[in-house]
Design a protein around this ligand. Structure first.
Ligand SMILES: *[C@@H]1O[C@H](CO)[C@@H](O)[C@H](O)[C@H]1NC(C)=O
Ligand SMILES: *[C@@H]1O[C@H](CO)[C@@H](O)[C@H](O)[C@H]1NC(C)=O
Ligand SMILES: *[C@@H]1O[C@H](CO)[C@@H](O)[C@H](O)[C@H]1NC(C)=O
Ligand SMILES: *[C@@H]1O[C@H](CO)[C@@H](O)[C@H](O)[C@H]1NC(C)=O
Ligand SMILES: *[C@@H]1O[C@H](CO)[C@@H](O)[C@H](O)[C@H]1NC(C)=O
Ligand SMILES: [Cu+2]
Length: 363
């Protein structure tokens, strides 16, 4: 048995494959994580650390895309590459059973690119929503200062609300608009142009047009939205963490029945660019938002680690948006890919922040 365990830890996916056939007698992959990357809350970073993160993001915006020439004309930079891969897979990686795992690797690949391609020496910071839920514009993330990720947009009065779904009676479900709506008016990302999209949510049903890869430079939009921000406060975070099944946890994060969930409301709290279901990684806040999602997933897992990470309460859903009844349920063997950003991994490979090549913790 000792020999078996040793050989299994070399290949994470094999560990989990064999374990499944052993049912309850699971041996978790042994961690070789000695000095984890420590991911911190953005407000707790020093001015120097905040500026280092911002410069690393700008560095990725200045590095050329790695797509083969002509494949994604709208992806001009390494920064854009992340959005392009996300757009391409949007209807596989959301509101289903691979959402958490796919985005865990996505954030890890981003953090790794900052470190390896841009000399960043920190770890991925996260946006702890409840800290600023009552007043987003006063947060160190979005106050518009030169250590923020940019503030609100210029006021655009041409609309009143956002449609977030359809109610059972057929009428539109809406949320009020925020205080900006136009191009980001201050901070380090003030003049940033984003190159892909925008995309309407309804493309989820019709599919992306063939020209989704087109170059369409437009400004980064923000519309700081207190209504949605409030729905990411401690009450909602506690409710998500108090769920006892992975299905309920996933629903508390994102489902339509929880009125966007804390995940969806975080996207809507910032405005149009982060709201774009397909192209949201073009707002630099995306990776801090998903750092927080990943942190909550890990906090939830730790309440019953074995069952919620490698056991029977770890996975629920399919690899298709809205989990249609015809789609197969995910297992630890379900594979995912990150296009040109990374390789292929199975869900079993991405279950723990300290196994299978991952090595990070949240402070
Ligand atoms: C989009 O996904 C398909 C299917 O996985 C893949 O073949 C294609 O290369 C991807 N395109 C981009 C631009 O990533
Ligand atoms: C939010 O904070 C800012 C700056 O501290 C302040 O000017 C503003 O009035 C606050 N807004 C609310 C709704 O409390
Ligand atoms: C893609 O094509 C549609 C028409 O089919 C057009 O309305 C849209 O502007 C095009 N998008 C880009 C980015 O070129
Ligand atoms: C969170 O917001 C809800 C309203 O959406 C409110 O009822 C609740 O008291 C708030 N919780 C905290 C901790 O502020
Ligand atoms: C996933 O969760 C739903 C809702 O709780 C449940 O009905 C379903 O049986 C679960 N699927 C699996 C494979 O456990
Ligand atoms: Cu996403």
């Amino acid at each position: 048995m000792a020999q078996l365990t040793r050989s299994l830890t070399l290949l994470c996916s094999i560990v989990l494959t064999l374990n499944l056939s052993l049912a309850s007698a699971f041996v978790a992959p042994r961690s070789s994580c000695q000095s984890p990357r420590i991911r911190k809350e953005y407000g707790s970073l020093s001015t120097t650390e905040k500026k280092a993160y911002i410069s690393a993001v700008k560095c990725l915006q200045s590095k050329p895309s790695k797509f083969p020439a002509g494949m994604v004309p709208g992806s001009k930079s390494r920064y854009d590459d992340f959005a392009a891969v996300h757009i391409n897979q949007t209807t596989s990686i959301h509101l289903d059973g691979i959402f958490l795992g796919w985005h865990r690797e996505f954030v890890w690949l981003w953090e790794t690119a900052l470190i390896q391609e841009c000399g960043y020496t920190g770890a991925q910071p996260y946006w702890d929503w409840p800290k600023w839920a009552h007043n987003l514009s006063s947060s160190p993330l979005f106050d518009g200062s030169d250590t923020s990720l940019g503030g609100d947009g210029y006021y655009d009065g041409s609309f009143d609300y956002y449609v977030v779904g359809v109610k059972p009676d057929g009428s539109l479900d809406t949320v009020p608009r925020g205080t900006g709506g136009g191009c980001v008016k201050s901070g380090p990302f003030k003049d940033v142009m984003i190159n892909l999209g925008p995309f309407e949510f309804t493309l989820v049903f019709t599919g992306l047009p063939s020209n989704w890869t087109a170059y369409n430079p437009h400004c980064l939009l923000r519309d700081l939205n207190q209504f949605c921000s409030e729905r990411t406060n401690q009450t909602y975070v506690d409710a998500a963490l108090a769920t006892t099944t992975i299905a309920d946890f996933q629903d508390a994060l994102s489902s339509a029945t929880s009125r966007l969930g804390v995940h969806g409301n975080g996207h809507f709290a910032l405005g149009q660019s982060l709201q774009d279901f397909f192209a949201s990684p073009q707002d630099p806040a995306f990776f801090l938002h998903h750092g927080q999602i990943d942190r909550l997933w890990y906090q939830w897992q730790k309440k019953d680690f074995q069952a919620r990470t490698y056991g029977n309460n770890a996975l629920n859903g399919t690899s298709t948006i809205f989990d249609p009844p015809t789609a197969p349920e995910v297992t630890f063997d379900t594979t995912m890919n990150w296009g040109i950003l990374g390789g292929t991994k199975s869900l079993g490979d991405v279950m723990s922040p300290t196994a299978c090549g991952y090595c990070y913790q949240y402070q």
